[in-house]
Design a protein around this ligand. Structure first.
Ligand code: PLP
Length: 430
């Protein structure tokens, strides 16, 4: 059967399509389903992969780190050496440039912003003393980054994302002229939600930025550094700290990471990597805040993964679980939506999300139609600063959590909502 694009249909043809879709939608709605594709959480199967993390330590075992530190006690505020090495290798930085923190990287990001507000960065004026602080927000992006900025009362500046990373012409121009712009949020590898990875040119341009604000910092959230889905098509990015050093911009970037989507979400280990000077400042503050992070968890992670090869092998198992889910979605879109010319989507090599672009002005309606029928999606607009998508077209799809059977139902319902809303819009505007 030849399928016609909606925009090429006559009003009569469209009216017929809409009537058919409405009937299908009502039938599904009456089933009372309850599905969730809203947040990028690992599935139970993925979490099960890490259960041996809980078995590698027991009460008969030595709980000494390699240098003899008893991990049950206070001390080693910046992390045990072997945890530093493991995380450093994971992110591709030197272990001397790493501090290991607690259970989550988002709280390190929050604290980093908070410190800049209360105490300033490396002797600069604390951000709280300025009338206005601005932050660059490449979008679509990670909603929780934008929320941190909003929480502190910053002005959020939208920078469009491209396949190679944020629009660097815009970034360079903005930071060069405005010293109230103090930072930028970046997810450089398998970005949330598009799954794009920054090109070498983008990373080099970041490292070579000449911000007017001396305390401008790149918040480089490497949340998906080893999260390949297609191991035969891995994305790799340049090391931002090396590039900053090369460009003489030693203190420009903070790199954040965690094992939240490697071991246990919210119960892994996390860290920051940066220049010696930045780290020294962070450690000074940390010593007021905390006597020691959870070194037992650090040791458990090291004993379980052993080294970077252990992480890689583990991530291959994650990929085996994730890949069929991503394929289910992209194949369904390809089959059902492509011929209708009503949407575009990304097909990333890694990360946790697929970014979906509906026709302009349809995203909110699609999300609400899906919700009405029992499918929860990330709020439309959430991927943009202030939750406002200028085109009302982006929807973040999070395939990881549901099992395949539920995901299949969820995708069918989602596709139905996309078709119905798109057909209605074309009908109304045509
Ligand atoms: N950064 C990004 C880009 C994320 O997508 C997420 C979770 O979805 C996080 C950070 C959260 O990481 P953590 O659990 O280490 O706070």
């Amino acid at each position: 059967m030849i399928v016609k694009e909606y925009s090429k249909m006559s009003k009569e043809e469209l009216a017929e399509v809409i009537a058919g879709l409405k009937k299908q939608y009502d039938d599904i709605k009456n089933k009372g389903i309850n599905l969730d594709m809203s947040r990028g959480k690992p599935s139970k199967k993925q979490l099960d992969l890490s259960m041996p993390v809980l078995d590698v330590l027991n009460s008969n075992e030595s709980l000494n780190a390699s240098d003899g530190t008893d991990v049950r006690n206070y001390g080693m505020l910046d992390g045990i050496l072997e945890a530093k090495s493991l995380l450093a290798d994971m992110v591709g930085v030197n272990k001397e440039n790493v501090i290991v923190f607690g259970n989550a990287s988002l709280s390190i990001m929050f604290d980093t912003v908070s410190r800049a507000y209360t105490h300033g960065i490396l002797g600069n004026i604390p951000w709280s003393r300025f009338d206005k602080i601005k932050f660059l927000c490449p979008a679509p992006g990670y909603d929780r980054h934008f929320k941190i900025s909003e929480h502190f009362g910053m002005e959020l500046i939208y920078v469009p994302m491209t396949k190679n990373g944020p629009d660097m012409d815009m970034v360079e121009e903005l930071v060069r002229d405005d010293d109230s712009i103090k930072g930028i949020w970046c997810v450089p590898k398998y970005s949330n939600p598009q799954g794009y990875s920054y090109s070498d040119e983008t990373v080099r341009r970041f490292a070579a930025l000449k911000p007017k604000a001396k305390d401008f910092r790149i918040f480089w959230d490497d949340a998906y550094c080893v999260h390949h889905i297609k191991f035969d098509k891995k994305d790799e990015i340049l090391n931002i700290l090396d590039e900053c050093e090369r460009a003489g911009n030693f203190n420009l970037a903070y790199v954040f990471f965690s094992t939240s989507k490697i071991s246990f979400a919210g119960s892994g280990i996390s860290g920051i990597a940066s220049s010696k000077e930045n780290l020294a400042e962070i450690k000074k503050h940390m010593s007021m805040q905390c006597i020691s992070h959870d070194k037992i968890n650090q040791l458990r992670h090291v004993r379980f993964f052993k080294n970077i090869n252990g992480i890689t092998e583990h991530m291959k198992k994650h990929a085996e679980i994730m890949r069929p889910k991503f394929e289910l979605i992209t194949n369904s879109f390809e089959r059902e939506l492509k011929p209708l010319g009503i949407a575009e989507w990304t097909d990333p090599n890694g990360g946790y999300f697929i970014s979906f672009e509906s026709l302009k002005g349809c995203a909110k309606k699609i999300v609400s139609k899906a919700k009405e029928a029992g499918l929860v999606l990330t709020d439309a607009g959430a991927t943009f600063p202030y939750g406002i998508d200028p085109n009302d077209s982006n929807i973040r799809i999070a395939p990881s959590f549901p099992e395949i059977k539920e995901l299949k139902e969820a995708v069918e319902l989602f596709i139905l909502c996309v078709k119905l809303v798109s057909a209605q819009i074309i009908y109304e505007e045509g």
